[in-house]
Design a protein around this ligand. Structure first.
Ligand SMILES: [Zn+2]
Length: 281
C-alpha cells in the first residue's frame, strides 16, 4: 500500500517561531507527515532560506509541497498578465524545488465568457512553456493544476486530468472541498469520491493515485461555489467518506489540510484515517 502523508497548508498554528523551518519541526513533533508552503500572496522565500528548509525537512522527514500565488490567470486577455502569471508559477516552482518540494499546485485560469476548449488550449500552451523552462533548468518539481472551487474558474476534474495526460510532468491536484463547493453541494458521498478516483485511475493509471496531491477542509459554499474554508466539524464535508475512498483505492501522496484549524484538523484526519485503516485498533 502506498504511503499517504497528511499535513498542513502552511506553518502549524501552534508553532512558536513563524518560520517554515520551525513549522517543519512542529509537524514532526505532532506526528504529521507533510507541509505545503503557502506562497499564495507572493513568493517571499529567498534561496538561502530555501536551502535551509530543505535540510530541516530531510532531517525531520517532513515532505514538502508548494501552493503558488493566487494571482494567476493563464487565460487572461492581456498578454502581460499571462506573462506575469507564468512568472509567478515559475518563481514558486524554482524556490520550491530548491527547498526540496515535490509538487507545486496553482489555480490555473478563469473562463471569462470564452469557449471552454479555447480556454483549455490557452492553459495548455502556457503550462507546456512553463514545463519546458523548468525541464531546461533541470527542475523536476511536479506541476499540479488544482481542481478549483468556483464555476467561473478553469479546473474541473476532466480538465485537470486532460492536462495531465497531454503534458509530461503535469499531474492533478484534487481538492475534494472545491469539488463539493463548485457543484453547490454535490461530491459529498463515498460513491462520488470513489468515482473521481476511479476516473483518475482509468485515465492516468494507478501510479497517479499512488502519488496524488490533495487538499481538504471544511467549506462554506453557494451557487457561485466556494465562500470560505471552515473547520471540518463545523462543515458538512464528509471527510470520513473521502478517507474511506482513499483507502479503498490505494491512494498515497500528500493530503493537505486547508482548514482554519490547520494541525487540529490534520490530526483529526490522521486519527480517522488510521482508525479506518485498522478498525480493530
Ligand atoms: Zn488552492
Amino acid at each position: 500500500m502506498s504511503k499517504l502523508l497528511i499535513g498542513t497548508a502552511g506553518i502549524p498554528i501552534s508553532t512558536e517561531a513563524r518560520s517554515s523551518q520551525a513549522g517543519i519541526k512542529r509537524l514532526r513533533e505532532l506526528g504529521l507527515g507533510c507541509m505545503e508552503m503557502e506562497f499564495v500572496r507572493s513568493v517571499q522565500m529567498k534561496e538561502p532560506t530555501a536551502k535551509k528548509v530543505k535540510e530541516v525537512a530531510l532531517d525531520e522527514e517532513i515532505s514538502l509541497t508548494v501552493h503558488a500565488p493566487y494571482y494567476v490567470n493563464l487565460n487572461s486577455h492581456e498578454d502581460e498578465k499571462v506573462l506575469a502569471s507564468k512568472e509567478r508559477i515559475l518563481k514558486a516552482a524554482r524556490i520550491g524545488f530548491i527547498a526540496g518540494a515535490s509538487s507545486v499546485t496553482f489555480h490555473a485560469a478563469f473562463y471569462h465568457t470564452d469557449d471552454r476548449d479555447e480556454v483549455y488550449q490557452n492553459v495548455k500552451r502556457s503550462l507546456m512553456d512553463i514545463r519546458q523552462i523548468l525541464d531546461d533548468e533541470g527542475n523536476t518539481i511536479q506541476l499540479r493544476p488544482e481542481t478549483t472551487g468556483a464555476p467561473s474558474q478553469f479546473g474541473t476534474v476532466p480538465e485537470i486530468v486532460r492536462l495531465s495526460r497531454e503534458i509530461p510532468g503535469v499531474f492533478p491536484c484534487v481538492d475534494f472541498s472545491h469539488l463539493h463547493a463548485r457543484s453547490n453541494g454535490e461530491y459529498n458521498t463515498y460513491e462520488e469520491f470513489n468515482n473521481v478516483l476511479e476516473y483518475l485511475r482509468a485515465e492516468l493509471g494507478q501510479v497517479a493515485l499512488e502519488q496524488l496531491h490533495m487538499h481538504i477542509s471544511g467549506i462554506d459554499y453557494g451557487a457561485k461555489g466556494e465562500k470560505k474554508h471552515l473547520a471540518l466539524e463545523e462543515s458538512d464535508m464528509a471527510y470520513q467518506e473521502v478517507l474511506k475512498a482513499l483507502i479503498d483505492n490505494g491512494v498515497g501522496g500528500w493530503l493537505i489540510c486547508e482548514s482554519p484549524e490547520l494541525e487540529n484538523d490534520a490530526l483529526l484526519l490522521m486519527e480517522t484515517y488510521l482508525r479506518l485503516l485498522n478498525p480493530q485498533r
